[in-house]
Structure formats: C-alpha cells, structure tokens
Design a protein around this ligand. Structure first.
Ligand SMILES: NC(=O)c1ccc[n+]([C@@H]2O[C@H](COP(=O)([O-])OP(=O)(O)OC[C@H]3O[C@@H](n4cnc5c(N)ncnc54)[C@H](O)[C@@H]3O)[C@@H](O)[C@H]2O)c1
Length: 256
C-alpha cells in the first residue's frame, strides 16, 4: 500500500521558508518527496546556507508584501516547477511593546507582512488555480495567541486572528472550486521569534515557563509534522480548520 505521507506528486510553496521554523518544514516536506520552493527576503547565499540541500528544494527570493514581487515569484515557479499544489502563507514577524506605547509604524509593518502578504500570496495562488481549473490547498501559519491575549504582542495576536478569518473566508468562498484552506497554530517554539524573545526578555521567559502545560518549548519538527499532515491525503476532507499544536498553551494554565 502506498504511504499516505508520500508527497512526491506535490509541489509546495512556502513564504518565509528560510526562517527558523520554515527551514524545518521545508526539510520535512522535501524528505517526504515534495518539490518545495522556499520563498524569503534573504539573499540567495543566506537562504541556501539555512535551507536543506536536495534536488527537490529550490529558493526564490521575493518580498511577499509586494504585489509585483509576488507576481514575479509565481512566474518563476511556473517557468520551473509549475503551478504549486499547495501555497503556505508562513512568513511572519512579531514585535513586543505595551499597547499604550506600540509604535504605529511597527503596527503597520507587522500587519503588512502577517496579514496583507498572506492575503496577497493566497490570492495569487487561488486565482491561478481557478484559471487553470485545478484544485489547490492554502495553509496559513497562525498562532495559539490568535485566541489568547499575551502581554505586549497585541498587534501580533490581532494579525493571527485576522489570518484565521482570512483562512476561513478563502475556505468558504473557494470550496466550490476545489480549493481548500486550513491553518496551523503553533505554541511557543524553541526557535525563531519566540526563542529570540525568550533569550532577550526575562519577563517573557518567566511568563512562557508558566504557560506551557506540557512543560517544554515546542520543537519546530512538531510544527513541520502538522504541515506534513495537512499536505497529505490524510487531510483531504479538511477545509476551514485550524490545527492547533501548542502543547496545551491555549488551555489557560493556572500558576499552580
Ligand atoms: N517561533 C514561534 O514560537 C512561533 C509560534 C507560533 C507561530 N509562529 C509563526 O511561524 C512563522 C515563522 O516564524 P519563525 O519563528 O520561524 O520566525 P523567523 O523570523 O525565523 O522566520 C520568518 C521568516 O520570514 C522571512 N520574511 C520576513 N519578511 C518577509 C517578506 N516580506 N517576504 C518573505 N519572507 C519574509 C524572514 O526573512 C524569516 O526568514 C511566523 O508566521 C510566525 O508568526 C512562530
């Protein structure tokens, strides 16, 4: 019986793919046979240093917040690996300031990457699938904080709640075209943006230590497993869903 986790017939695009979680996701999906195109703003040299090496991993540098760059990204894909089967809106940024001091310019740039670029990239994929009469899958990376306020990152929480709403909207509106959309909501991962806050902000670390019922920082591999599942035929009937993989963070742990 063929493996239900064999992705060798899938081509997958992931924005922010050279980031700390993204590169592990790329490795996981490519390791299961997918052709994976990582997009990021990093130089090709920096991205290639971060990404796994393999015949089925490619890199395209583009700014996912810029519509002309996103058009160029999809054109580059179509000229090489073809239209992707899965588009992952994964690039994101966090900023930490008390709400009363949060700089508006930082609010705008966070929303531009987390929300606007996710919309732009999802729209670019969806319109091509519809024009080609093909099915497609969108995956949005949200966060457990889309539903739970966490001090000093309120615009980030709002952006992830907006991404969840975008995901549900794409899922509802495009289901008749065979286009599905789901989200992955990780918890507090021990690499990338959360690890930077963990390492630099003692208040964050003290709070995070109490917030994870399973008691340890999340591995990026656990996030990658969620991507693998959603990209596989095992999840073929899922649309409009959030796959929460957060070690129980959103269970509102008490300070026992
Ligand atoms: N680390 C965590 O604990 C955690 C938890 C929940 C959700 N997430 C989400 O996972 C995703 C990745 O987070 P991470 O921790 O790996 O962060 P990261 O900073 O390591 O990776 C983000 C990547 O996005 C890229 N990027 C930035 N601007 C871009 C643009 N305009 N176009 C294309 N790429 C761009 C960056 O260069 C970087 O490589 C984000 O959406 C984040 O919100 C992270």
């Amino acid at each position: 019986m063929p493996s239900l986790l064999d992705l060798s017939n899938s081509t997958i695009l992931i924005t922010g793919g050279a980031g700390a979680i993204g590169r592990v996701v790329v490795d996981m999906l490519a390791g299961h046979g997918a052709t994976v195109v990582a997009n990021d703003v990093l130089s090709a040299a920096d991205a290639h240093a971060a990404l796994p090496v393999g015949p089925n991993v490619r890199y395209v540098q583009a700014d996912a917040t810029d519509s002309a760059e996103v058009e160029r990204l999809f054109a580059a894909l179509e000229q090489t690996v073809g239209l992707p089967d899965v588009v992952c809106c994964h690039a994101g940024v966090v900023g930490a300031h008390p709400v009363q001091e949060y700089p508006l310019a930082e609010f705008d740039s966070l929303m531009s990457l987390n929300v606007r670029s996710a919309f732009l990239v999802a729209q670019a994929g969806a319109k091509r699938w519809m024009a080609a009469g093909r099915p497609g899958l969108l995956i949005f990376t949200t966060s457990w904080v889309m539903d739970v306020p966490w001090p000093e990152i309120t615009p980030y929480s709002a952006s992830k709640a907006a991404m969840k709403a975008l995901m549900r909207g794409f899922a509802r509106e495009l289901a008749p075209h065979g286009i599905r959309a789901n989200a992955i909501a990780p918890g507090i991962v021990g690499v990338g943006m959360a690890k930077r806050q963990w390492d630099t902000d003692p208040n964050y670390q003290a709070r995070a230590r109490k917030a994870i019922p399973l008691g340890q920082l999340q591995t990026p591999e656990s996030v990658a497993h969620a991507f693998l599942y959603l990209c596989s035929p095992l999840a073929a009937y899922m649309t409009g869903s959030v796959l929460l993989v957060d070690g129980g963070c959103s269970l509102y742990p008490m300070d026992e």
